[in-house]
Design a protein around this ligand. Structure first.
Ligand SMILES: CC(=O)SCCNC(=O)CCNC(=O)[C@H](O)C(C)(C)COP(=O)(O)OP(=O)(O)OC[C@H]1O[C@@H](n2cnc3c(N)ncnc32)[C@H](O)[C@@H]1OP(=O)(O)O
Length: 218
């Protein structure tokens, strides 16, 4: 499977130390990587998560960028996108992590800074954009296209040839029927079933999914 991957340096840091960051660290450890600690911009240095230190924030990364690789440990899509761009400015490409129990087809294309969690499935010819999250047990069927910094929550399911826009979030166990498109920066509520195309920047909920409200353009 073509995975966009930079050369991994001996030590890895996880940017983000909340719940998502902990799961990402756990995947890195399951992959046999040496995790040096977490980064966070909220001045939490000295605290520990998982018995691993919080090392600092963006300043720490700038100083140590030649020595460490970075994985994205932030669940919120826009914040994760900002950290990805910070890494790019520092000349770094966040690594992609794939849990050992995930199934990723040989013909799938997976971008940089992606995290694919336990029991997730990515089927043939799917394309996963940079910085996306495929959470535990989520399914990306054949020929799907998942935009950069999108997030499929646990057990979300995309039927074949679905397109999901950049920065869009599918909630827990949400489903999208084959061939449908969900626009960028949209939120699909937990448990929703998308049966028709969904525009950008809206919240949809229910079965079948209906627009609940518009989201502000930023
Ligand atoms: C590992 C992880 O945890 S990954 C993260 C997973 N996170 C998720 O799956 C969360 C997805 N988010 C949701 O489903 C949210 O509830 C949203 C985005 C759909 C709506 O959030 P908000 O805009 O804050 O809506 P709010 O909670 O105020 O609810 C508004 C109304 O919608 C209803 N509602 C909320 N979520 C849903 C839903 N998923 N399906 C149907 N109705 C819903 C509420 O009951 C409420 O109804 P009422 O007005 O009749 O009382």
């Amino acid at each position: 499977m073509p995975v966009a991957q930079t050369k991994t340096k001996p030590k890895l840091v996880i940017y983000g130390c909340g719940g998502h960051g902990k799961v990402v660290a756990d995947i890195a450890l399951a992959c046999g990587l040496a995790v040096e600690g977490f980064l966070d911009d909220r001045a939490l240095e000295g605290k520990r998560v998982f018995d691993l230190p919080i090392l600092g924030g963006s300043g720490w990364l700038e100083m140590r960028r030649s020595e460490v690789s970075v994985a994205l440990g932030i669940g919120e899509n826009r914040a994760r996108c900002r950290i990805y761009k910070l890494c790019e400015r520092l000349g770094m490409t966040p690594i992609t992590l794939i849990h050992p129990t995930a199934s990723v087809a040989a013909s799938a294309q997976v971008g940089a800074g992606v995290v694919i969690m336990a029991q997730a499935v990515i089927n043939p010819d799917a394309r996963v954009g940079n910085g996306a999250i495929i959470n535990s047990g989520a399914i990306v069927e054949h020929d799907c296209e998942l935009g950069a910094f999108a997030h499929l929550s646990p057990n979300a399911t995309l039927g074949g040839a679905v397109r999901i826009g950049a920065l869009t979030h599918l909630g827990l166990a949400a489903s999208v029927l084959p061939g449908k498109t969900v626009g960028e920066e949209t939120v699909v509520g937990a448990g929703a079933v998308v049966t028709a195309d969904v525009p950008p920047r809206v919240v949809v909920t229910g079965v079948p999914a209906r627009v609940q409200r518009q989201l502000e353009t930023t």
